[in-house]
Every structure is written in C-alpha cells, then in structure tokens.
Design a protein around this ligand. Structure first.
Ligand SMILES: [Zn+2]
Length: 53
C-alpha cells in the first residue's frame, strides 16, 4: 500500500521511475494518473501516519 500522492494509480511507483511495469491484476501498464479519490485518500493516510508527533 502506498500513501504517496504522486504514485501510479495501479502500483506504488512514481512517474519518473515507473516505465513499463507489470502489476498483478493489472498487467503491463504505464504510469497512470491516480483518481482524485485516490489522491485524497493517500494524502489523508500520509497525514495520519506521519504528521501527529
Ligand atoms: Zn503503475
């Protein structure tokens, strides 16, 4: 699970290091913009995980 808002929609890799990747359930794909919902969820998760102490 990734809480990086810049990570791919289908896997935890960022665009600059992505290239073509194979992910279970998705297959070969290029970096795809996450949905607004995913970005929001990731940012909230990151905040909850890191910001409180
Ligand atoms: Zn990906």
């Amino acid at each position: 699970m990734s809480n990086n808002p810049a990570a791919c929609r289908y896997c935890p890799h960022e665009r600059r290091e992505h290239m073509q990747r194979w992910t279970k359930g998705v297959g070969w794909h290029q970096w795809t913009q996450p949905t607004q919902e995913q970005i929001k969820t990731r940012m909230l998760a990151r905040h909850a995980a890191g910001g409180t102490r």
